[in-house]
Ligand binder design. Structure first.
Ligand SMILES: Cc1cc2nc3c(=O)[nH]c(=O)nc-3n(C[C@H](O)[C@H](O)[C@H](O)COP(=O)(O)O)c2cc1C
Ligand code: SF4
Length: 519
């Protein structure tokens, strides 16, 4: 019988040499005339160990990492196919503390299955959710999602079941399901990992959504910077059609759902749902006025569900295990689990799926292991480029939508970017304002003009040019942007800018000689 060796084909692992490792394993296998089956998987999301390769044993999968092609002959010499001892041996994959201490409800198959194998997906619990949903009344599916407490994982935190009910109740013969796979937030990659590692889960979640609201067509709007996700999703959609999991007769039920994938050109604003719909319809990505809500008048003017990748991917397990099972995880009004992404200057960057309630400190130190540079953590930014910069004093905040809002931040898509004590927070504030100026869609004045004026004010502030006046002006401008912007890009840019000013004010008043040296 062949020994099974698992090697990731996910973008992070590839960038670190996974293809070369796979080639080296193939060569070594043929040189030694061993009987080996290589399975290419997604990533489990333990990035500092990538390429992380695994060998099937009777006790489970033995993990080795990070492996380079040059390590492969030594691994074979050490009896790697029989889980032999080697300096890169990490123990059973499931026992690595980073992974063992997670609650993987949505991301449980990442790095485990062959993402392109429908058989593997089904063997690991796939399509049980759809099978449960098919005989249900649409309203009962909507109720299950509502009862689970699932809230949108893309950033706006809106209850998914309520959105689905609005579309379900809306009149109209044509309705749409749109998946937001634009994943523009800094430090985020859970959508990509899911699409590269478990594409059928997203397809299943969107299909269930279609059944729930009466939509027979869906679109995935994917950012063009994700070529591997594009490739994997494209192949998975074709397989699902070929095997009756998409099309006009879902599993012989007579129900229909079809899916297409569209590429966005890479503008941050196209992640906002109304811009996304503009772009999907073939126009420049620009914000639409709300109301009407996309749920009532969305794609091509029809009632449309727009949800994030992780929101859809969380649905199959809710239908499979029941709303209460999912709801039992979490705290307060934040139910279930959140795939959190640790990025920036962090020793153990990657994906941590935990129930809401885990603190930032646990994530940064117990999972993340502090900074990669070994220096103290000075600041973190949670929730993408519009999230606040937080100092150490906020690290005991539990991951909970309400707790974060109360503390002046937001959880957003669950991305955490870490900075050590060499960070210049005035430069970060300037960067946040400049980001807004560059990415502004231009539809409203507070954002289009305000962000450019904001960069100029921060420049004068950093230069020490009438600092008190510039500070007052900056706060006034941020107030206008917060209250007067049409969407959250202009509306939330004050969060990173003012949090940097409030918590790290010393960085805005460096002596001129030091500033010159830093430039
Ligand atoms: C500037 C801006 C960028 C956004 N980018 C994304 C994105 O990349 N992915 C995403 O899912 N949601 C993004 N959103 C949120 C979407 O507008 C929308 O709330 C979300 O797709 C709804 O799905 P959910 O309820 O499942 O989160 C963005 C919002 C704003 C204002
Ligand atoms: S806030 Fe900025 S991105 Fe949003 S509508 Fe106004 S100009 Fe466009």
């Amino acid at each position: 019988m062949s020994v099974i060796v698992y090697i990731p084909r996910e973008a992070t692992a590839l960038s670190l040499g996974a293809h070369a490792v796979a080639r080296a394993v193939t060569e070594e296998v043929s040189r030694r005339q061993e009987s080996v089956q290589i399975v290419r998987t997604g990533s489990r999301g333990l990035f500092w160990l990538e390429p992380l390769i695994e060998v099937q044993t009777s006790e489970g999968r033995m993990a080795y990492g990070p492996v380079q092609a040059a390590d492969v002959p030594g691994l074979f010499a050490a009896g790697f196919l029989g889980a032999g001892q080697h300096r890169l041996r990490l123990g059973l994959a499931e026992s690595i503390p980073y992974l063992k201490n997670q609650e993987r409800l949505t991301c449980g198959r990442l790095g485990v299955i062959d993402p392109l194998s429908l058989d593997d997906y089904r063997a690991h619990g796939g399509y049980h959710g759809l099978k449960a949903a098919l005989p249900m009344e649409p309203a009962a599916i909507v109720r299950a999602v509502t009862d689970s407490g699932l809230r949108g994982r893309g950033g706006a935190e809106f209850p998914t079941g309520i959105k689905w009910k609005t579309v379900h109740d809306a009149p109209g013969t044509q309705k749409y399901i749109v998946c937001n796979a634009d994943e523009g937030d800094s430090g985020t990659f859970s959508d990509r990992l899911l699409m590269e590692g478990d594409p059928f889960c997203l397809i299943e979640g969107m299909t269930i959504a279609g059944l729930a609201v009466g939509a027979t067509r869906g679109y995935i709007y994917l950012r063009c910077e994700y070529p591997h996700a594009h490739d994997t999703m494209t192949q998975a959609i074709a397989t699902a059609y070929a095997q009756g999991y998409l099309g006009t007769d879902l599993l012989g039920s007579g129900r229909a759902f079809g899916l297409e994938l569209r590429l966005g050109a890479g503008a941050y604003i196209c992640g906002e749902e109304t811009s996304l719909l503009e772009s999907l319809e073939g126009r420049r990505g620009q914000i639409r006025f709300k109301p009407p809500l996309p749920a009532l008048k969305g794609l091509f003017g029809c009632p449309t569900v727009v949800n994030n990748v992780i929101s859809f991917a969380s649905v199959p397990i809710i239908l499979q295990r029941g709303a209460q099972y999912y709801r039992d995880y979490g705290m307060g009004r934040s139910r279930g689990t959140l795939p959190i992404q640790l990025a920036g200057n962090i020793a153990r960057g990657g994906l941590v799926e935990r129930a809401f309630g885990v603190t930032l400190r646990e994530l940064l130190y117990d999972y993340g292991g502090g900074t990669r540079s070994g220096r103290p953590i000075r600041a973190v930014q949670v929730g993408g480029p519009l999230g606040a910069y937080w100092p150490q004093s906020k690290f005991d905040t539990p991951l909970d939508y309400e707790a974060f809002a109360q503390a002046g931040g937001m959880l957003g898509h669950g991305g955490i970017v870490v900075f050590d004590d060499t960070v210049d927070m005035a430069a970060q504030a300037r960067y946040a304002m400049e980001f807004c100026a560059i990415e502004s869609c231009g539809k409203c004045t507070p954002c289009r003009i305000g962000s450019t004026r904001g960069v100029e004010i921060i420049d004068r502030l950093i230069a020490g040019d009438r600092a008190a006046m510039q500070q007052a002006l900056l706060r006034d401008l941020c107030d206008t942007m917060f209250n007067g912007s049409l969407c959250a890009l202009g509306g939330l840019t004050p969060y990173p800018v003012l949090s940097a000013l409030d918590y790290f004010s010393e960085d805005f008043s460096k002596p001129a000689v030091l500033q010159a040296a830093m430039r």
